[in-house]
Design a protein around this ligand. Sequence first.
Ligand code: PLP
Length: 231
Amino acid sequence: MIHKQIQLVRRAIEDVCACSDRDSSSVRVLAVSKTRSTAEIRLAHDSGIDNFGENYVQEAIQKIRELRDLPLTWHYIGGIQSNKTKDLARYFQWVHSVDRTKIASRLNDARADCRPNDPLNVCLQLNLEGEKQKSGISANEIEDLLQHTRQLSHLRLRGFMIVPRVHSNSLLVREGFRHAATLFREYRDIGGNYWDTLSMGMSNDFANAVAEGATIIRLGTVLFGPRGSVR
Ligand SMILES: *Cc1c(COP(=O)(O)O)cnc(C)c1O
């Protein structure tokens, strides 16, 4: 099942890239494995997926430990509580959801302690439509958080992550992706040498996200099937 789904997704990415004049190797598939078992993750890895995304720290740590025999890259994509920053710095290679200076500083300090020679890759999470129930910063908060984060030597600032507002009209979702892509280009100079990542697009909308320039798409349902218990 998952093998076939991965092939379908890769073909869809290639089609969109052909239409929008992009190289499909510039799009990385992040398999969102929250609620999935380590057996499912092993199957996904057998089908060529190396990058996995998790939202719940305790659940993730257990899986990361059990899967130590595989060369996987782990991405944290959930909301961040400051008492979890040590675990994030220790177990993950990426954190997509940095949204305040205090969290950035804590991740930096924790990474300095546990992996001083291996900076943690981070993205700043955008919330461009001001949705209260979601984390992320507005467009006019970007500059401060970016200037702060880029000076932290144990973090490697890679770009933006966005979860656009859910609209029944996919054109409006696409507009959200386009806005993020515009900001991503505008902030490239401040972002620095490692600024290369636009993390956007999920199962329902990844084609539009790729068309607008996503470099990481975060896919759960389309790869693994529906999640049984959504937490
Ligand atoms: C769960 C989740 C996804 C994956 O969602 P699907 O619709 O199952 O593809 C992507 N990004 C974030 C931030 C998530 O929480």
